[in-house]
Design a protein around this ligand. Structure first.
Ligand SMILES: CC(C)(COP(=O)(O)OP(=O)(O)OC[C@H]1O[C@@H](n2cnc3c(N)ncnc32)[C@H](O)[C@@H]1OP(=O)(O)O)[C@@H](O)C(=O)NCCC(=O)NCCS
Length: 147
């Protein structure tokens, strides 16, 4: 039986996460992006979900951006462990941390073909809001909604 625990990122998690992170990331990137990780019963890392925060910058500018926004900054589950609900557990852990920070609005993104992420975002209550072209010629769908 697989027992999964979620916890916040700590160094040197970046070494294990590099094995299956969907894009290569530097140690500085991990430090700059709050991340929750999933580990199995032996402590082996099998998934992560990161985010960044966009806060109303000043009281005056809060009129332009009235609420804090959590932005998805990537997530992945080790290929051998996909389809077992670990992605869902990571999403729930990320939402718990955002709620602790007082953040109740979220924007995430995924490639149009990424049906697993589309399912995860839908279950999180997010809806597709825009499809935007990227510099590399591909599209990304942006999902957003209240948490
Ligand atoms: C996306 C990803 C994190 C999902 O993790 P996971 O642990 O497999 O997710 P879960 O087991 O919690 O399943 C979540 C949903 O995706 C669906 N799903 C899982 N694997 C799937 C697959 N290969 N194809 C289609 N749907 C899939 C599940 O059925 C579930 O949907 P449901 O809630 O409607 O039942 C994982 O597939 C992954 O690491 N992919 C590569 C990296 C990536 O695409 N990251 C996102 C970048 S934005």
């Amino acid at each position: 039986m697989l027992t999964v625990t979620t916890r916040c990122y700590r160094s040197p998690d970046e070494i294990d996460l590099a094995v299956f992170a969907e894009v290569p990331r530097t140690a500085q990137w991990w430090w700059a992006h709050p991340t929750v990780v999933a580990q199995d019963e032996r402590g082996t890392l099998i998934g992560y979900a990161s985010f960044s925060l966009s806060l109303p910058p000043t009281v005056t500018l809060a009129e332009l951006q009235p609420r804090a926004i959590g932005w998805g900054q990537g997530m992945a589950v080790h290929p051998e462990f996909r389809g077992r609900g670990i992605g869902q557990q990571l999403i729930e852990a990320r939402v718990r941390v955002l709620h602790e920070l007082g953040v109740h609005f979220f924007i995430g993104h995924a490639a149009p073909a990424n049906t697993a992420m589309a399912a995860l975002f839908a279950r999180q209550g997010l809806t597709p809001a825009a499809t935007l072209p990227q510099a590399d010629g591909t599209d990304l769908i942006y999902y957003m909604g209240a948490l």
